[in-house]
Design a protein around this ligand. Structure first.
Ligand code: NAD
Length: 440
């Protein structure tokens, strides 16, 4: 390649994005107030509580790195089901030639199933992945406080609950942290490490080091509803729902931008009931919050996703999303009911409203110190949410577009119907006025 060619390429936004992701991954492991020489605790034995969807995948991560895992369940059937799923996953790897039959057996041998908390007393780290109910978490953490050895790290995989409240169930809140794995836990790169107000620095340093050992990209988040990733995605989905109501074909536009999957295909895959449960909670906590109720209507008819039909239709055994006449009719009827004028929405508006919703919430997350740097937010989105790598994550993308332009677009959308969802982050206006970006 000629020098001229190199210089031309290195100046492209794509090149900048890839370099940003490379350095962002390394920067994520550095926590401003946790010095690099902070001593770490030794993790030789791990225990995982709950062998469901997440627990099984979490256990596999440690086993794959050669760390023995004790897997605890409440009932023998649940334990056997969990073990069978883990074995099935490894068998699939054997079939694909990625793992030998001996390695499969060696990995299974590293898992000690149990129904007894007494078997957790040697664990250096205990990761809890039981039902997402505070009462169940309380039961588990009180019990862990009784049996875990001094200095053991107690981690929760909660998606939504307050880590400080969970920590308060124990007499050792300094040892409590959240390790938020993403589904599918043995595959997804992202690990959000949620830092409680009392989490000890050496606990954080240990978890960040361990994350590398199990080949995850760990990003530290402060405590807030949804942490970094899910707090931002809620605003993205909120915009997606408004645009559906206003007449847009949302998924196609954002997939063209480079997302692995648009919000509605993603929701059908994850299960629409997950978002529904979160929205129901929102309606109670913040009754004035304006939401389009179109997705709730789908859920009320039992359209929960790929298995039952969701935002799209599916045929048995095939995950191809097919446009649904029924859903289209429901959306049109809903628009009429709420007096929303349907119009043709251009792809660039769809992309801006979705991506700038992420950017605006990301800016607030930075203002509040929930994330310590913009590149951390980008790493969350690149490794956990299918944001296109060549665009470098939402915050870098905003810098590339220019915050002056981001601010103007947000102000414009705020003046449109459904515009009340936009509360411009103060830092966007400040940085734009100073001619700066999130990344310096
Ligand atoms: N599913 C996801 O996509 C996802 C993603 C990130 C985080 N999470 C979080 O992970 C946790 C687990 O979610 P899941 O989807 O794996 O749920 P799940 O229902 O698939 O599994 C939970 C398992 O915990 C077991 N369990 C319940 N109470 C127990 C107890 N007291 N002691 C031991 N085992 C107990 C159950 O028998 C079940 O097997 C939740 O906190 C959830 O919010 C889930």
């Amino acid at each position: 390649m000629s020098a001229k060619c190199f210089i031309a390429l290195v100046q492209t936004p794509e090149s900048r994005a890839l370099r940003h992701a490379f350095f962002g991954e390394r920067a994520a492991s550095k926590i401003p107030d946790v010095p690099a020489d902070t001593p770490v605790r030794e993790i030789r034995q791990v225990a995982v509580i709950g062998a469901g969807t997440m627990g099984g995948g979490i256990a596999m991560n440690f086993v794959n790195a050669g760390i023995p895992v004790t897997l605890l369940e409440t009932k023998q059937e649940a334990l056997e089901r969990g073990l069978a799923t883990i074995r099935g996953n490894y068998e699939a790897s054997v079939k694909k030639g990625k793992l030998t039959a001996e390695a499969l057996e060696a990995r299974m041998a590293l898992i000690t199933p149990t129904l007894s908390y007494d078997d957790l007393k040697h664990a250096d780290l205990i990761v809890e992945a039981v039902f997402e109910e505070l009462g169940v978490k309380e039961q588990v953490f009180r019990r862990l406080d009784e049996v875990a050895k001094p200095g053991a790290i107690l981690a929760s995989n909660t998606s939504t609950l307050d880590v400080n409240r969970i920590a308060a169930f124990t007499k050792r809140p300094q040892d409590v942290v959240s390790m938020h794995f993403f589904s599918t836990a043995n595959v997804m790169k992202l690990l959000e490490v949620v830092r409680g107000k009392e989490t000890a620095k050496d606990v954080l340093a240990t978890v960040m080091k361990l994350a590398k050992q199990i080949r995850k990209t760990a990003v530290v988040s402060g405590v807030c509803d949804g942490f970094i990733g899910n707090r931002m995605i809620e605003q993205y989905i909120r915009q997606a729902l408004f645009m559906l109501e206003e007449g847009a074909q949302v998924d196609r536009a954002i997939e063209k931008f480079g997302f692995a999957m648009g919000p509605f295909r993603m929701s059908d895959l994850a299960g629409n009931d997950i978002g529904w449960a979160i929205r129901k909670r929102r309606y109670q906590e913040q009754p004035d919050l304006h939401y389009s109720k179109i997705a709730d209507r789908l859920c009320e008819t039992g359209r929960f996703g790929q298995k039952t039909g969701g935002c799209y239709d599916y045929v048995a055994g095939d995950r191809t999303a097919r446009p649904s006449k029924l859903v289209d009719e429901m959306i049109v009827a809903y628009s009429k009911e709420v007096n929303t004028e349907r119009r043709k929405i251009r792809d660039d508006e769809i992309v801006e409203r979705l991506v700038f919703a992420l950017v605006n919430e990301g800016a607030k997350i930075l203002e509040e110190g929930i994330a310590s740097k913009a590149s951390d937010i980008d790493m969350v989105y690149l490794t956990g949410y299918g944001f296109p790598l060549h665009r470098g994550g939402p915050m870098l993308y905003a810098d590339t577009v220019g915050l002056y332009n981001v601010e103007r677009a947000i102000r414009r959308y705020a003046a449109q119907p459904n515009g009340d969802a936009w509360q411009l982050a103060a830092s966007i206006a400040e940085l734009a006025a100073a001619g700066r970006g999130f990344n310096g």
